[in-house]
Design a protein around this ligand. Structure first.
Ligand code: TGC
Ligand code: FAD
Length: 395
């Protein structure tokens, strides 16, 4: 059982960035913040301990508008802007990266490609159900032999009259064992990457769970295995071809992660600041020691820089001007910042920092995944390197 204390989180806004936000953003943030305190904090340590996904939260996430906040309302989204979407991801990840993952995958990796690349019929069939949490979706790009280099994928579709025959396997797929549909990326006979919507009961399709994760334990992860799965051609996403299909979805999700990481960092900083003020050693609070102040001062400095980075990225995204390379920079910087802060915050908590009485060790373990998925820390560095030099250093 969890020993976790009451969630006493208070947000920190050292540079008064709230003054740059609109009322809608602040209202959305407050609603999600309240929901996290009420529905996530009391249960998250137990679910992480048991390595179980709190699947009952899918419906609640839908109710609070966490799925596709910036997609149009008529297609199951929230009709808000990109800053509202980012702020919602930030508050969810303040609770747990796995909870934010549930929302990122559903909104940015499943609803978005159907919205952007699907037929009107596909949109009407799937988006309202995904937006309301009636359907859970997952996104299959990574394979056992192709992670950072999805262009090498081996999963194939073969033309067979009115159907396509799907063969191959996907690995590390968030939500796959509980998903009703999977958006899957596969190569056709011409070697072109296409996206298709696969329903869970298609014969020959299985989605076994991956066990043994020390990170993102409250999020369920699995494989997707396809053995001669017959898919009607109407399930193909007609309006995109090539890697830009999955990468366009990743732009959306990576953007949300850049905001989300700030939430995890804020939770660690908040816990460390409070602990440092309350805990005494050598007759005075830890917060009075210079070495502790150095840690805390550097944490809030880095958080403030990260908050400004995503705010600016959000204003660019609202104008349709945020480039994939700018998104990569923010994802890489902010996740690394959050992981460093989680490690320092753990030190400030001393031995208590390794327990589930405080959220820092869980955030730290989660952030190891966040550093790796949606493009690893080093891949995002190479994307920046490519962007500024014009030279690709991937191969
Ligand atoms: P490259 O030759 O550079 O590009 C191939 C084509 O794709 C286009 N493109 C993009 N389009 C839109 N947005 C982007 N960000 C794009 N990046 C590339 C590009 O223009 C080109 O188009 P075209 O028309 O000329 O063909 O591709 P490459 O094969 O050299 O790969 C480059 C690299 C390494 C950057 C890329 O492969 C990469 O980003 N690798 C990382 C893989 C990754 O992020 N996987 C994520 C899997 S999903 C996941 O982790 C979900 S976790 C969810 C959760 O739980 O929250
Ligand atoms: P690899 O690509 O094998 O990389 C291993 C190491 O080598 C990394 O440090 C990497 O930076 C480095 N490396 C690789 N290539 C280069 C290079 N050219 N130059 C320098 N260094 C390099 N994927 C999905 O499709 N859908 C999901 O829902 C999903 N959810 C996930 C959930 C979890 C919990 C995890 C852990 C992963 C998930 N992923 C998902 C997969 C994730 O995107 C991949 O793990 C990630 O892209 C890295 O691929 P890989 O693990 O195969 O590592």
């Amino acid at each position: 059982m969890s020993m976790r204390q009451e969630d006493r989180y208070t947000a920190h806004d050292y540079y008064l960035i709230d003054e740059l936000l609109e009322d809608d953003h602040l209202l959305a943030r407050q609603a999600i913040r309240d929901w996290v305190k009420q529905s996530v904090s009391p249960i998250i340590e137990d679910y992480a301990n048991k390595a179980e996904c709190p699947t009952h939260l899918f419906k609640e996430l839908a109710e609070i508008g966490a799925f596709g906040p910036s997609l149009p309302v008529e297609y199951g989204g929230g009709g808000m802007d990109e800053i509202a979407y980012g702020i919602i991801m930030q508050e969810l990840e303040r609770g747990d990266s796995g909870i934010r993952s549930m929302a990122s995958v559903q909104g940015s990796l499943v609803m978005y490609p159907i919205f952007a690349f699907g037929t009107e019929e596909q949109k009407r069939k799937y988006l309202p159900k995904l937006g309301s949490g009636e359907f859970i979706g997952c996104f299959g790009l990574t394979e056992p032999n192709h992670g950072s280099n999805p262009g090498g994928m081996e999963t194939t579709i073969r033309d067979d009259g009115d159907s396509l025959i799907l063969n191959g396997a996907k690995m590390w797929i968030t939500n796959s064992p509980v998903a009703d549909i999977a958006v899957v990326w596969a190569k056709n006979e011409e070697g072109k990457i296409r996206g298709l919507i696969v329903e869970k009961d298609a014969p020959g399709f299985t989605a076994p769970e991956i066990h043994g994760k020390w990170s993102l334990r409250a999020s369920i992860t699995g494989e997707l295995v396809f053995q001669d799965v017959r898919i009607p051609k109407t399930q193909l996403l007609p309006n995109v071809e090539g890697l830009k299909g999955p990468f366009s979805c990743l732009n959306k999700a990576r953007y949300g992660i850049a905001w989300g990481a700030v939430g995890a960092a804020l939770d660690c900083y908040d816990s460390a600041l409070r602990y440092a003020k309350e805990r005494e050693q050598f007759g005075r609070p830890l917060a009075g020691f210079q070495l502790t102040q150095k840690k805390l001062a550097e944490m809030i400095t880095e958080i403030t820089k990260a908050q400004l980075l995503v705010w600016r990225l959000g204003t660019l995204a609202n104008k349709g001007k945020a480039t994939p390379a700018q998104i990569s920079m923010a994802k890489r910087n902010n996740v690394h910042m959050a992981l460093e802060i989680a490690r320092e915050a753990r030190q400030i908590h001393g031995g208590m920092g390794i327990t589930n009485e405080y959220p820092v060790m869980r955030h730290m373990m989660n952030l190891e995944t966040v550093l790796t998925y949606e493009g690893t820390h080093d891949i995002h560095l190479l994307i920046t390197g490519h962007d500024i030099t014009g030279l690709s250093a991937f191969v």
